[in-house]
Design a protein around this ligand. Structure first.
Ligand SMILES: Cc1cc2nc3c(=O)[nH]c(=O)nc-3n(C[C@H](O)[C@H](O)[C@H](O)COP(=O)(O)O)c2cc1C
Length: 354
């Protein structure tokens, strides 16, 4: 039924329902969404009730996370949030490629700004047990040269509420943003964010989120930077601007007609996994790696774990599989871990590379 609706309208409809359940515990219970599948994983200084997290971009306004937790996700990464409120790009800006189990989006960080996100979180604090990640981006009005201050301002407002904080420099829909993945620029941002955290007297684990389109040497350089700056981890990956992994079931002319945007879902799985592997080769268990990109099943998630991920994120798979995805993947992962012979989760992490 949802797929007969315009994709963004379908999202808004679901967001309204999940928003109600977010704000009213009694509704969450009535919806019967509190039957959890558990697989406890310790990471980033927390215990996750499941290693499956909602990727950034789904709960952009920090208005659904408690309902998403009730659906069985161990964590929710809200945002991307920017220092300034902004409307994002003109609609239409979200497209389904059903044949490829993929999406293309050029949302452009539509959000109400860091101050309102802070108020929203303070009004409805995360349910006990939920791990709340907060993903920060650069405001469109802020010139790239002043990016560090823009991230720092968001961090000042939001870091005290975050269980972990993400510097997002990899979305393709804010002009110039991905240039911030260059080591010098990223170092400046990380240091400015750190200084803001110090001033606030808080120290949530800090991660960066990278694009699948980076050259291998750039992936290595970011892993090295993360180690040098003592970051907690890296999220790999965001969406891609490439289109070559799309099948020909979606005609190329139709894809081209959709215009610019980031491609997510099944077609990016392989490249995201390759980036993850590269990061693990470089940093091993010194960084907490979080996999994102085309994960739909427990088997996909398990491959990511064996390749080095401690946690996995889903967005596009959630759209195609529906609300049971967190429970299904968690259950499958528990079974795979039990059948694998590994004693603990951390024994499984990266095992395919050893
Ligand atoms: C509609 C949409 C909006 C997104 N918005 C954001 C965002 O605001 N910030 C971000 O870091 N990633 C964003 N992403 C990227 C996802 O978090 C994820 O990294 C990417 O889609 C790959 O995972 P997937 O294949 O499971 O969707 C968005 C993805 C989609 C599909």
């Amino acid at each position: 039924m949802f797929f007969s609706l315009d994709p963004e309208r379908a999202h808004e409809f679901v967001a309204t329902l999940l928003g109600l359940a977010h704000r009213h515990e009694a509704l969450r219970a009535m919806l019967g969404v509190d039957g959890r599948e558990q697989l406890e994983v310790t990471a980033l200084g927390r215990t996750f009730s499941s290693p499956v997290i909602v990727a950034a971009g789904f709960d952009k306004h920090a208005a659904m996370y408690n309902a998403l937790y009730a659906l069985g996700f161990g964590g929710v990464e809200v945002g991307t949030i920017t220092a300034h409120a902004q409307p994002g790009n003109d609609r239409p800006r979200l497209f389904r490629l059903v044949e490829d189990r993929a999406l293309i989006n050029r949302m452009g960080f539509n959000n109400h700004g860091a101050l309102r996100a802070r108020e929203a979180i303070l009004r409805h604090l995360p349910a006990a047990g939920l791990v709340l990640g907060i993903n920060l981006g650069k405001s469109k009005v802020t010139p790239v040269e002043q990016a560090a201050d823009d991230y720092a301002e968001s961090a000042r407002l939001l870091a005290p509420l975050a269980h972990y904080l993400v510097v997002n420099v990899s979305s393709p829909n804010t002009p110039g943003l991905r240039s911030l993945q260059a080591v010098d620029a990223l170092e400046g941002i990380v240091r400015a964010v750190r200084a803001a955290l110090d001033r606030e007297g808080v120290s949530p684990p800090l991660l960066v989120k990278i694009a699948p389109d980076l050259a291998d040497e750039d992936v290595d350089a970011i892993a090295d930077l993360a180690l040098r700056e003592k970051l907690a981890g890296i999220i790999a990956t965001n969406t891609t601007i490439a289109r070559d992994e799309l099948s020909l079931r979606t005609p190329r002319s139709a894809v081209a007609a959709l215009g610019a945007g980031g491609l997510s879902g099944a077609p990016i799985r392989e490249r995201s996994l390759a980036v993850l592997r590269r990061l693990y080769d470089r940093a091993g268990s010194r960084l907490t790696l979080v996999a994102a990109g085309g994960i739909e099943t427990a088997e996909h998630a398990w491959q990511s774990v064996l390749s080095g991920a401690t946690l996995v994120q889903v967005y596009t798979g959630f759209i195609y599989k529906g609300p049971s995805i967190a429970r299904a993947i968690t259950k499958g992962l528990r079974e795979k871990l039990a059948a694998s012979g590994f004693r603990t989760w951390s024994d499984a992490v990266g095992a395919a590379t050893r």
